[in-house]
Design a protein around this ligand. Structure first.
Ligand code: HEM
Length: 222
């Protein structure tokens, strides 16, 4: 604190105020940047793989051109260890859904199923070898998504709330601003494929129909 009885140079004080206002604006800018929702690069690299596999190798570039991400001077190169704006993923998936003639939630579900082998490989150290479909789902929040959140600043996987109804059934409450319950259902199907299990998925409440959360149940059928 400055001494109380000292006489101050007013111009210096004004300069100081201008400086502090500038810093405030800088903070506002930084704050705004941090508010942009961003997504793990693995989702983008897998989206490219998904498009290459399902639609052919030249389609990805055309999609990026069509949605304005690829220009004469710029071509996005997504990397698995970086984060990218959610809106780019949304634009890509919307374009894919038009090309495939399928709804966005249906594409997200198919994509969720597609991405599982890579997720399991990339995060194998977090998945216990004895776990099967329902165990992975049950432990995703505490053992996987929580780790993703704390290791990768800015990543925001959904906070899944699970309750084991019985040894063959689990209930999941999914709540995310992204409203990507399709991805959740697809990941569950993908896990069942990996573990050679047959399952039935039912969704009794859905954010896409205006509900505050999606309620998904998964039951082993044999
Ligand atoms: C091996 C298991 C899993 C791994 C390694 C994993 C990892 C991830 C990662 C890295 C993201 C991107 C997050 C971001 O960038 O903000 C993500 C998103 C997501 N995960 Fe998982 N996850 C796993 C299992 C599950 C399961 C079992 C479900 C659902 C039952 C699920 C539902 C989702 C959904 C819906 C998203 C999209 C983002 C959102 O809705 O907010 N994940 N996950």
């Amino acid at each position: 604190m400055l001494p109380f009885n000292k006489r101050y140079d007013k111009s210096k004080i004004n300069k100081c105020i201008v400086f502090r206002k500038g810093m405030g604006r800088l903070f506002e800018k930084l704050y705004h940047v941090r508010k942009v929702i961003i997504m793990h690069g693995i989702i983008f690299t897998e989206l490219k793989k998904y498009v290459d596999t399902k639609l052919g190798e030249n389609v990805w570039d055309n999609i990026l051109k069509e949605i304005g991400l690829k220009t004469k001077t710029h071509m996005p190169m997504y990397m698995p260890i970086r984060l990218y704006p959610d809106e780019e993923a949304v634009a890509i998936v919307t374009s894919v859904s038009k090309i495939m003639g399928r709804s966005v939630p249906a594409v997200l579900e198919d994509f969720g199923e597609f991405i599982v082998p890579t997720l399991l490989k990339m995060y194998q150290m977090l998945v216990e070898p004895e776990w099967r479909t329902l165990d992975v789902v049950e432990n995703t929040e505490a053992a996987i998504h929580k780790v993703v959140r704390s290791n990768i600043q800015g990543a925001e996987p959904p906070r899944l709330i699970c309750h084991r109804v019985s040894s063959t059934e689990i209930g999941i409450t999914y709540n995310s601003a992204r409203k990507m319950c399709g991805v959740a259902k697809g990941i569950i199907r993908g896990l069942a494929n990996q573990y050679n299990e047959r399952i039935a998925i039912a969704e009794s409440s859905c954010m896409l129909e205006g509900k505050s959360a999606c309620e998904i149940s998964v039951r082993l059928t044999e």
